[in-house]
Design a protein. Structure first.
Length: 363
C-alpha cells in the first residue's frame, strides 16, 4: 500500500514536470518559427515565383533543428515553472513528509531531463539530420546554390567551380588545405554554349589568386605540349576549400564518425564535426544540471529572493552557461583546447554547480 502510494506521488511529479517542459518547448519553437517565417519572407521579397507555401515548407523543414536548439531552454523554463508551482502549492511538502530528502527528490526528478537527453540523441538527432538534408535541397532550389561547393564521398572529393571557360567539376583524391592544393585532380570543363566537355588530368592542382595551376596536365588523355603546367581561372579562394557542403546538422550521430574518416582521408578539416559529435553526447548532463540548479536556487532555505530574483538568477546563469559553452566550442574548433575538454567541461561544470547548490539545501 505504501509503495503504491509512493509510486503514485513520484509518477505525478514526473508527469507534471514533463508536461511543463513540453509546453515550454512548443511555445518556444512556435515563436522562433514565426521569426523564421518573417526572415524568409524578407529574403524572398525581391525574388519572383516564390509562393508563401515555399516559405511555410522551409519553416516546417527547419522545425526539428529549432526544436533541438531550444530543448535546453525548454527544460530550463519548464523546470522553473514547475518548481514555482511546487513552492506555491507546497506540494513539495508531500514528498518531505513522506521521508523524501531533497537529494532523493532531485535524483527522482532528474529522470525527466535524462530521458529528454536520450530522446535528443536517439530520436531527435536523426530527425534533425534527415530534415536538414531536405531543407538544404529546398533552400538551394529557392535561393540558388553558390558557384562552388565541396562534396565528400568514399571515392574522394568533388569540387564545383566556375571560370571564364564555363562550369568546372573537379574530382580529387586528397586536398591539402594549408597549401590549397589537390592531389591527382581531374578537371571537367563544361561549356554550356558549345555543349562540350573537356577532361584535364594532372598530378597536382594549386589554387593561388583565383587561378588553378595544374602540374603535368593531360587534356583528353594527351599531354599538354606547350608547358609542364596549365592555368585555369577560378572563382574560389583558399578559404573556400576549407568547408564542405555538408553541415554538421545534416549528419546524424551514427553518420558523423564515418564522415570524419572520409574528411581525414581527403585532407579536409574535420574539427567542427568532431566538436558537434561530442556536443551531442554532452547535452544530457547540461539538461540534468539546469534542472538541479533551478530547483536548488528556488528552494533555498535561506533565500529571500524567491520568486522573481531567484528565477532571474537561474535564467541569467543559464545564459551565462550558453556563452561559456560557445566560448569553449570556439576554442575547440580553433584547436586551442582539446575537443573533449571544450565540449564536456561546460556541461560538467553546470552539473557540478547545480549539485553543489543542492548540497547546501541539505545542510
Amino acid at each position: 500500500m505504501y509503495n503504491n502510494f509512493h509510486q503514485t506521488i513520484v509518477s505525478y511529479f514526473l508527469l507534471k514536470l514533463t508536461k511543463n517542459i513540453f509546453f515550454c518547448w512548443g511555445v518556444l519553437v512556435f515563436v522562433i518559427s514565426l521569426f523564421d517565417i518573417i526572415d524568409l519572407n524578407n529574403k524572398t521579397r525581391l525574388k519572383e515565383n516564390i509562393s508563401i507555401n515555399d516559405i511555410f515548407l522551409l519553416t516546417i523543414e527547419n522545425i526539428p533543428l529549432r526544436a533541438d536548439e531550444l530543448l535546453f531552454y525548454s527544460i530550463l523554463f519548464g523546470s522553473v515553472f514547475y518548481y514555482l508551482e511546487l513552492r506555491k502549492s507546497q506540494e513539495f511538502l508531500i514528498l518531505r513528509t513522506n521521508g523524501v530528502s531533497f537529494w532523493k527528490a532531485f535524483f527522482i526528478i532528474s529522470i525527466v531531463p535524462l530521458l529528454f537527453g536520450l530522446f535528443s540523441i536517439l530520436i531527435l538527432n536523426p530527425i534533425v539530420s534527415f530534415s536538414q538534408k531536405i531543407y538544404s535541397v529546398h533552400y538551394e532550389e529557392i535561393f540558388g546554390k553558390g558557384n562552388y561547393s565541396i562534396s565528400i564521398s568514399n571515392q574522394g572529393l568533388w569540387l564545383k567551380d566556375r571560370s571564364n571557360l564555363g562550369e568546372i567539376i573537379i574530382k580529387g583524391t586528397y586536398l591539402d588545405t594549408k597549401r590549397a592544393s589537390i592531389q591527382k585532380p581531374i578537371f571537367f570543363l563544361i561549356n554550356s554554349d558549345t555543349q562540350s566537355t573537356k577532361r584535364i588530368d594532372a598530378d597536382w592542382a594549386y589554387l593561388d589568386n583565383h587561378v588553378w595551376k595544374l602540374e603535368n596536365p593531360m587534356v583528353n588523355g594527351e599531354k599538354f605540349n606547350r608547358t609542364k603546367s596549365l592555368n585555369i581561372k577560378s572563382e574560389l579562394t583558399k578559404n573556400d576549400l576549407k568547408y564542405t557542403s555538408n553541415t554538421p546538422y545534416s549528419l546524424s550521430f551514427f553518420e558523423i564518425p564515418k564522415f570524419i574518416k572520409v574528411l581525414d582521408s581527403t585532407g579536409l578539416p574535420s574539427l567542427r564535426y568532431k566538436v558537434y559529435f561530442h556536443k551531442i553526447f554532452s547535452q544530457p548532463l547540461s539538461f540534468i544540471g539546469i534542472v538541479a540548479l533551478s530547483g536548488a536556487i528556488i528552494f533555498m532555505k535561506f533565500s529571500r529572493l524567491v520568486p522573481v530574483k531567484a528565477v532571474s538568477f537561474t535564467i541569467i546563469g543559464s545564459f551565462l552557461y550558453y556563452f561559456i559553452q560557445r566560448l569553449f566550442i570556439a576554442l575547440g574548433t580553433s584547436e586551442q583546447m582539446p575537443i573533449i575538454l571544450s565540449t564536456w567541461i561546460p556541461s560538467v561544470v553546470l552539473l557540478g554547480f547545480g549539485l553543489l547548490i543542492v548540497s547546501l539545501i541539505e545542510e
